[in-house]
Design a binder for this molecule. Structure first.
Ligand code: 13P
Ligand code: SF4
Length: 305
């Protein structure tokens, strides 16, 4: 079977099984083409809230599938590849943050959505890369304990100077390995290109950017800009999507190392097997855990909308 034939089978199976496919923007082109919706973490959360189908396949990483389940407890939610986790989401557990929280009474716990369901139970509000600045500004608390990403936290802190932030030292291993020297090299190779980066990159990278934003934000900026060349500082799938969408423009990877193996784990064949009922992982969640964890996502949607 070639890619086209497999995609046709998937489209038919979606209808036969009343299934909606949500795909994060880091998914490969062949998966994005058969998805009902693609977007960044925030857009997926909002979409998950309104999906009508009985089954939802989340092509992304585990915390995203958990978020879909929290918002849709009555639906059958399937993570496309059970091995796809997010290393950042596993870095801090509830016990650790409870200890830190006790040292900072009165601070609002603002959790990046890249966290486990268990950790979300003690967060006041969740944020995504596209909503973090807006939400930190909007919440009533002046003191914020921002977990777990120090790079996103540093970016938010710089953009919300009126608030007081306590940051911890978590982060995305993929984005955090990019250094300023790679920015210099990319700019030297492509002197006319604009630099678009994800806020999970280190401040030494972010400070050189012409635009800082989520995966969707980067794609929209590149689409609307009059510039013809762009260096992309996020997972390299975005370079490929942009090149397909805008063949008249040129897109360069900031680094060949900007590859998230977890996001790359899902294949088109995995999606097919989820639909056939012999692949993926059905997300189960204790109702008590769900009710506690979903609150901070509902808050995010309320403030972020
Ligand atoms: P977005 O908020 O852009 O979807 O990013 C999620 C993510 O995991 C980036 O590495
Ligand atoms: Fe997690 Fe980084 Fe991969 Fe995003 S790119 S899923 S933050 S490891």
């Amino acid at each position: 079977m070639n890619i086209r034939e497999l995609q046709e089978k998937i489209v038919q199976l979606k209808q036969d099984t009343d299934t909606c496919i949500l795909a994060h923007s880091y998914m490969s082109e062949d998966i994005c083409e058969i998805a009902d919706f693609t977007g960044d973490s925030y857009a997926l959360a909002v979409k998950a809230k309104s999906t009508k189908n009985r089954n939802v396949i989340m092509c992304g990483v585990r915390f995203m599938a958990e978020m879909v389940k929290m918002l849709n407890p009555e639906k059958r939610v399937i993570l496309s590849n059970p091995a796809a986790g997010c290393p950042m989401a596993e870095q801090m557990d509830r016990e650790l943050i409870e200890q830190v929280k006790a040292q900072y009474p009165g601070y609002a716990v603002v959790a990046y959505v890249n966290t486990t369901a268990e950790l979300k139970t003690i967060a006041d509000v969740c944020v995504t890369s596209s909503s973090a600045v807006r939400i930190c500004r909007a919440i009533p608390e002046k003191d914020i304990l921002f977990i777990p990403d120090i790079n996103l936290g540093t970016y938010v802190k710089a953009n919300v100077p009126e608030k007081n932030f306590k940051l911890l030292s978590g982060g995305c291993p993929t984005h955090a390995k990019i250094n300023e020297s790679e920015v210099f090299a990319a700019k030297k190779a492509h002197p006319d290109a604009l630099l678009l980066v994800h806020p999970e990159c280190k401040p030494e990278v972010v400070k050189h950017a012409d635009y800082v934003g989520s995966t969707t934000g980067i794609m929209e900026f590149a689409a609307q800009s009059d510039a013809k060349e762009f260096i992309i500082g996020t997972e390299n799938s975005i370079v490929q999507h942009l090149q397909f969408a805008h063949p008249e423009k040129a897109f360069y990877a900031l680094s060949k190392d900007l590859v998230c193996n977890n996001m790359k784990a899902t294949t088109l064949a995995d999606v097919y097997h989820c639909l056939k009922g012999d692949g993926g992982e059905v997300i189960d969640m204790e109702e008590e855990l769900r009710l506690k964890a979903v609150k901070c996502i509902e808050e995010m949607i309320k403030y972020g909308g």
